[in-house]
Design a protein around this ligand. Sequence first.
Ligand SMILES: Cc1cc2nc3c(=O)[nH]c(=O)nc-3n(C[C@H](O)[C@H](O)[C@H](O)COP(=O)(O)OP(=O)(O)OC[C@H]3O[C@@H](n4cnc5c(N)ncnc54)[C@H](O)[C@@H]3O)c2cc1C
Length: 470
Amino acid sequence: MTKQTPSTSPENNPISIPQLRAVLNGRVITPDDAAYDEARAVFYGGFDRRPALIVRVEDAADVSHVIALARERGLELAIRSGGHSVAGHSTTDGGIVLDLSEMKELEIDVGRRTAWAETGLTAGEYSAAADAHGLATGFGDTGSVGIGGITLGGGVGYLVRKHGLTIDDLLAAEVVTADGELLRVDAETHPDLFWAIRGGGGNFGVATRFQYRLHQVDTIVGGMLVLPATPEVIASFVAEADAAPEELSTIANVMTAPPMPFLPAEVHGRLIIMAMLVYAGEVEAGERAIAPFRALATPIVDMVKPMRYPEIYPPEEEDFHPVASARTMFVDAIDRPSAETIVDHLQASSAQMAVAQIRVLGGAMARVPAEATAFAHRSSRIMVNVAALYERPDEAAEHEPWLAAFAAALRQGDGGAYVGFLGDEGEARIRDAYPASTSERLAAIKGRYDPTNLFRLNQNIPPATEGKTT
Ligand SMILES: Cc1cc2nc3c(=O)[nH]c(=O)nc-3n(C[C@H](O)[C@H](O)[C@H](O)COP(=O)(O)OP(=O)(O)OC[C@H]3O[C@@H](n4cnc5c(N)ncnc54)[C@H](O)[C@@H]3O)c2cc1C
């Protein structure tokens, strides 16, 4: 058997590609392969990294082999499901990318309303398959996001007020841990690990399958409503979203109107609220719930209508790789002064596009006790993400001060952070994502399942050393 060494791997750690190919059911892609450039791309355009190897795994045995390889050779290991990491954690320079995107099996048990899903599926793929039975599990606002990353972070989406976070529908998981063992985890088996993966991200192992609860969600009233973004309309929108029945979840993107054909030319470049609304319930009640939003101002665009749930995920361009910087936080209220702050900062941005995304929470999500899962921000009223989108990665420094000032101006209370939207922002921000008691518990569990911190390319929880565990 001839040996090949990928050009970027350390010389003292040669990887025998033919040997690897022989043991794997999946595909190994090296810098010498024609498919390499496409395979190394992730959703965000700012991460131009060159992994030594990309392994498109087929099954849990493959996952175990790749973990062993990374462990034995001391190579950085990036785990990728849908590739949407805001921090660029699903790619690496010189390490291995364990890519789950070809693991897409889905078994739906219609009678029990449960599904076992391989983690290479995207939210859109899962939702389309479940919709064939009039069923759904809630994920986020974008169809191409992987169920792997979004579930491990928590999952805040269009069903958050009605059915809670994605993790509130997680019944069990299969996880390959740092020692290569495949564990089935649920509330009874490895309950510590099951707790940790519901919000603790990719710190504890590679999730190969998730078992979810499904809900009857067929026809919804949903879609896009575009309103002019004055401080008055923004504050009133948030108040209406808070007062709305739990069937209604909203995402309000306050932003400069892009020059898109569905927006009238006269609003291009002006501030708008591009809101996405989902009422998961009876159509008539949905129309009643949405009426107050339509009455806030004359809508610029109103595409809210009865539709099948997965239609809320429109088709996406495959070669869309935005470059962005963002900050995530939780706030208690968006009142008139906060809305003014939003308008002022968005107007002052020099970015190609500046956005403040407002998600009013509450409902089913808030009824789960904070200590029940590693996602602990159960009582947070509103999640806000502010972002600058621009053309070239080297523009980041220009937008960073604007972003920092905007986030500081909006900050209320202890701020907090949603791990799914955290960038590469340092340890203090990871601490914002996890309150102290959650952090300590996560570190203790990390110490048990990944004591050498093999899974460290993530919002990292360093393992607690023995004696320090809780
Ligand atoms: C356009 C966009 C829209 C978004 N909208 C929402 C939203 O509405 N709601 C929301 O909650 N979040 C949202 N997010 C955040 C999203 O949930 C996170 O970025 C998530 O990590 C992406 O998952 P992924 O599998 O696509 O990403 P990947 O980049 O593949 O994975 C991200 C990280 O998660 C871990 N990971 C992923 N899969 C596995 C696995 N199978 N086993 C172990 N670890 C794994 C790894 O640490 C990996 O680095 C959005 C992100 C983007 C870019």
